[in-house]
Every structure is written in C-alpha cells, then in structure tokens.
Design a protein around this ligand. Structure first.
Ligand code: ZN
Length: 198
C-alpha cells in the first residue's frame, strides 16, 4: 500500500485488524475518518480509549460494566434468586432487549470446547458455583445450542444438581448452531418460557 502516505496506510492496517473488517472496508472507513470533522474524530477516539480503560467485569455476574457491579446486579426490581447463565455479554444483551426477563445473569465468557482446548477452568464456572452458595432458586442455562454450548450446559447441570437448586435449560426453539444474539425476541422468549428442568 505504498501509494498511500504511511499515515493512511497505518490507519487502514489498524482498522483491518478489527473483526469483520476486510481491507476494502478498512480503506472506506479510513477515508471516511479522514474526511470527518476533527472534533468528531476526537470524540470517537476518546470514547474508545475511555471504554477500554473503564469497562471491566461486574464483580457478581461478570458482564461488562463501568462500576463495581452492573446495573442489573444492583437493581432491586430484579429477582436475584434466578440466575440465567449465558456465554457472553452479547447474549445477555439479547435477553435484555426482550424486556421480559426479570432474573439476573451469569456470564461465562466462553463455552467448554475440547477441540479449542477450552476447559471448565477457562470460563467463569468457579465464580458461578460461589454464587450458588447464596439464596438461589433456579439456574437457567441459556448457552448456545452449538456442540460447545450443549457440552457446557451438561457440565453446569452436573455441577448444580447436587446443590438441590432447580436447573433448567432453555427450549430448543433456538435453531441448532444459532448464536443467541442473532435470534429474534419472540424466539428467545419462547425458548425461555419453554425451558425444561434438567
Ligand atoms: Zn452484574
């Protein structure tokens, strides 16, 4: 990319490192940024830096937040006795968008995958077990219906059952191999309502 000045090439290269951004899109974005008003570019870069610096995991549910605890964990309008276990913060956001789920969450940040060398110790399972020592009525397993998601669900159900806490799995209305975040709200709610006890 010698035909661009090195500054433009650098910007394109940095943008192309982002997921889902190929060379062409990176070029288009780079030229767009160069033509943006300077204050807009400054506010964009400032919000990226501040998000990276200030956002961390909630100490209770491990979703991303900027406080010690996230707004869901601190809300007294939520039922703290029901914990929905999801693979990532995007899945949590998908359920939050429905506006119908009243419990709280636990974000694993991954799923067990022997193929990728991801074991139970690599996701936030220990932290879930600690939470189960509190007053919990039900654990809803809402991991994806992929091979990894199902393996993780099985593993969690085996961990939780001996505690006597009710364990349920969201219904398989969710298409196999489907990522929760791409599924529409109606399907998500149907999956939640139709959850079955394990
Ligand atoms: Zn939280």
């Amino acid at each position: 990319m010698d035909y661009y000045s090195s500054q433009i090439s650098n910007l394109i290269e940095e943008l192309a490192r982002l997921p889902g951004i190929g060379q062409k899109t990176a070029q288009r974005l780079a030229f767009h940024i160069i033509n943006m008003p300077e204050d807009q570019v400054e506010s964009l870069s400032a919000s990226m830096i501040s998000a990276r610096k200030n956002i961390h995991y909630c100490k209770c549910c491990y979703t991303l937040t900027d406080g010690d605890l996230c707004p869901i964990c601190t809300s007294d309008k939520r039922n703290h006795g029901i914990i929905m276990v999801v693979e990532n913060t995007r899945d949590l956001a998908a359920y939050e968008k429905t506006g119908k789920y009243e419990g709280i969450y636990h974000v694993l940040h991954g799923a067990i995958s022997p193929m990728l060398g991801i074991g139970p110790a690599d996701i936030r399972l220990k932290e879930l077990l600690v939470r189960l020592q509190g007053e919990v009525e039900e654990v809803i397993i809402a991991t994806n219906s992929t091979l990894e998601g199902e393996a993780t669900a099985m593993y969690i159900s085996k961990l939780v059952k001996p505690t006597g806490i009710k364990v349920t799995r969201i219904a398989s209305g969710v298409p196999v191999g489907g990522d929760l975040e791409y599924i529409d709200e109606v399907t998500l709610l149907r999956a939640l309502d139709g959850r079955v006890e394990l």
